[in-house]
Design a protein around this ligand. Structure first.
Ligand SMILES: [Zn+2]
Length: 463
């Protein structure tokens, strides 16, 4: 008998939570449960920081954030880049799976993977992600496939996200739910079409509705949350969505293309957990003399918190700023005193107590030590307050050390460092895989497809 063609089906679920998938919701997710039982499963340790764009880029390249050049949502930070811009796929410094596969004549279908806009020329089809500005000619490769998408959606607008960037944080909850289903149905419809009609070696597809719902509904599902809503009408909002995704995933699994030659992987870029409060880190830095705003803007921030505007910073008196909203990415501009400053904040930040005076399990990661290669645009440190159960608020002008939300909005949950991995391959591992690193996913896929380049990557394949 002719050996079966080797294929990989990689289903990415943004923010899929281990304790829900493997525990509380498991019995209600028949298709994921079946995959867990027939294959192997584990915790996928996210990147530092556990930001979606950062982690998915690592998962799809087999490289750490220092190597990929992606450590943040923002492309460039600091005094020479007064207006920070969002990162795009052109900022990625390393080849991604579809680049490596294309060179070997293998086909990839890459759908909705964070940080793929603008779409690249690949051997296969690409539809870009939630950071895509509009359904333009750079959002689909080949461009001719745009017409097919419109046909499949009967002319309706294609949705890259539930709202504009971060817009979901201020949305009406019922509307957020309906938008999440509407978007995800579109994505599954297009995925399903390509899955069936196209010949592919790697089918790589990410769904993000889970992430949006976790952020906004955590207080409705977690009795330990300080804003827990008892008997909430939304108590099943997350479970229902998980069930819906499980059902759609099951439809793929039942298809004849998912034969014994197909390696199936389900991965999430990070988990989610309730967020107790946020630490007003830039205000703290300002109080400690690391950050200064120009005199003429002191009043601007004095009458209520505002997002830190780079034009208002007194750069001659500023040596450190923090960005991002869950972990903090810390940039040190006084390069001469970098080591001294880093040592000082590494000592002082873990002394910050929680809102009830409790001791926090705060970690300060020195990126020059954890990345294999630290580019000059990488943050100098990444801070997890209480291992991310406290977020950060980097607005300026807050009262006190803690806040519930930021000027962007208030959410109930933040990213947790642990994501999910489930793997099924004929002759592959069974049972608990323990802790797996993001850099192990790409080499596993390359090896399953018989591409020797996996040996050049640092992560050990799981098969
Ligand atoms: Zn994510």
């Amino acid at each position: 008998m002719k050996p079966k063609k080797q294929k990989v089906f990689l289903f990415g679920i943004d923010g899929f939570v281990p304790k829900l998938v493997f525990g509380r919701y498991r019995n209600q997710l028949p298709n994921f449960s079946c995959l867990i039982e027939e294959g192997s499963y584990g915790i996928l340790n996210s990147t530092v920081p556990p930001t979606s764009t950062v982690a998915w880029t690592s998962i799809n390249s087999g490289r750490d954030p220092g190597e990929t050049g992606i450590q943040s949502y923002m492309a460039k930070q600091g005094r020479h880049y007064r207006t920070p811009s969002l990162v795009t796929s052109t900022d990625i410094k390393t080849p991604l799976l579809w680049d490596m596969l294309s060179r070997k004549g293998k086909k990839t279908i890459a759908l909705n993977i964070p940080l793929t806009y603008p779409a690249k020329k690949i051997n296969g089809v690409m539809v870009t992600d939630f950071l895509t500005p509009s359904f333009d000619d750079k959002s689909v490769y080949p461009v001719s496939f745009k017409k097919k998408i419109q046909e499949l959606l009967f002319g309706k607008d294609y949705m890259f996200d539930v709202a504009g960037f971060l817009g979901y944080k201020k949305m009406n909850l019922d509307f957020l739910i309906s938008q999440s289903y509407k978007m995800t149905k579109q994505h599954f419809k297009i995925a399903r079409y390509l899955f069936e009609k196209m010949d592919w070696d790697l089918f790589d597809f990410v769904t993000i509705g889970t992430d949006r719902l976790h952020h906004m509904f955590w207080a409705h599902i977690d009795p330990t949350h300080e804003r827990y809503v008892k008997n909430s009408p939304y108590k099943n909002a997350v479970l229902d969505f998980y069930k819906y995704v499980d059902g759609e995933f099951g439809k793929f699994m039942k298809h004849s293309k998912m034969d014994s030659g197909t390696t199936v992987m389900v991965v999430s870029d990070h988990g989610m957990d309730h967020m107790i409060r946020r630490i007003n880190l830039n205000d703290w830095l300002r109080e400690k003399g690391f950050l200064a705003v120009k005199k003429e803007f002191a009043d601007f921030y004095a009458n209520g918190p505002k997002r830190l505007d780079y034009e208002t910073i007194d750069w001659d008196k500023t040596s450190v700023i923090a960005t991002e909203g869950y972990q903090a990415n810390v940039y040190i501009y006084d390069k001469k005193n970098r080591v001294k400053i880093l040592r000082r904040i590494s000592k002082e930040l873990p002394l910050i107590r929680g809102v009830k005076g409790e001791k926090l399990n705060t970690k300060v990661y020195d990126t020059s030590k954890i990345y294999r290669k630290k580019g000059d645009k990488a943050p100098d440190a990444v801070v997890y307050f209480d291992n991310l159960r406290y977020g950060t608020n980097n607005d300026i002008g807050n009262k006190g050390l803690y806040s519930e939300g930021t000027t962007v909005g208030t959410d109930d949950a933040g990213h947790a460092p642990e994501g999910v991995i489930i793997l099924k391959k004929e002759g592959g591992p069974l049972g608990n895989l323990g802790q797996v690193e993001t850099v192990q996913i790409a080499p596993t896929i390359l090896k399953a497809l018989g591409i020797k380049e996996y040996k050049k990557l640092s992560g050990k394949p799981l098969i």
